[in-house]
Ligand binder design. Structure first.
Ligand code: C5P
Length: 226
């Protein structure tokens, strides 16, 4: 973790929670704070990497020194990360991307006077950005995904993680438990990193900054640094 050990590495990190517009004032969102993604960006910068941070909604300020791209929705995030990935050695998808978006976005506010006592929203699935990045990765490029799960048991957590890793086809999957009082919005985290074969390559607990450094150690081993 010496400052400078990632000199020349080009790292793209997505962070925060996407917001899917319903109308000009409302959205469907999630409780991701963006803290773990921002911590990864800070740690990578300190270690000498060139960092592009693709930010959905963040509760924390992004570090100075990154190339910052704002991407509020999943569709915008897909465009931004696909463009940035073309020049990246490592792509880390820490953003909490909405699986669905409203099928239509209205130009004017939805009004209860018009909709009555019940309102049904029709949602359509967003593309799986991580799976797309993994499928089109260049040789040697590393694609890192995250999985936030509310599963109670450790064994079950790993089982779900391994299935997700296989489905997405990424090189590493950072699995963490989230819930009303875990994961999102906190300054600490507890994670397991799975390698491509489903093997556990790292288990770590600590502040999100400490964990960021450990994740970077795990995913950059073997990445050529110019
Ligand atoms: O399937 P799930 O949402 O749990 O997967 C989480 C991982 O996949 C995260 O790395 C997230 O950034 C990414 N993801 C994505 N596109 C989606 C949904 C999630 O890239 N539509």
């Amino acid at each position: 973790q010496a400052p400078g050990d990632l000199d020349g590495a080009r790292i793209v990190i997505t962070a925060g929670g996407t917001r899917e517009a319903l109308d000009p004032v409302r959205f469907i969102g999630n409780r991701s704070s963006g803290k773990q993604g921002v911590a990864l960006a800070s740690a990578a910068l300190r270690r000498g990497a060139t960092v592009t941070l693709i930010a959905s909604h963040l509760d924390v300020a992004p570090p100075g020194g990154v190339t910052l791209v704002s991407a509020p929705s999943a569709t915008e995030l897909q465009q931004a990360v696909t463009d940035a990935a073309a020049e990246a050695d490592i792509v880390i998808m820490a953003a909490a991307v909405s699986d669905y978006r409203p099928a239509e976005v209205l130009d004017a506010k939805i009004k209860k006077e018009d909709t009555g006592t019940e309102l049904t929203l029709r949602l359509v699935q967003n593309p799986d950005i991580l799976a797309g990045l993994a499928a089109s990765a260049r040789p040697g490029q590393k694609i890192v995904g995250f999985a936030a799960e509310t599963t109670p048991g450790e064994d079950e957590l790993l089982e779900i993680g391994r299935a997700k890793l296989a489905r997405k086809g990424c090189d590493f999957l950072v699995v963490n438990r989230v819930g009303w009082n875990e994961g999102f919005a906190l300054d600490t985290n507890s994670i397991v990193v799975l390698g491509k074969g489903g093997n556990v390559v790292l288990e770590a607990s600590g502040t999100k900054l400490e964990i960021a450094d450990r994740i970077l150690d795990a995913v950059t081993s073997g990445v050529p640094v110019r």
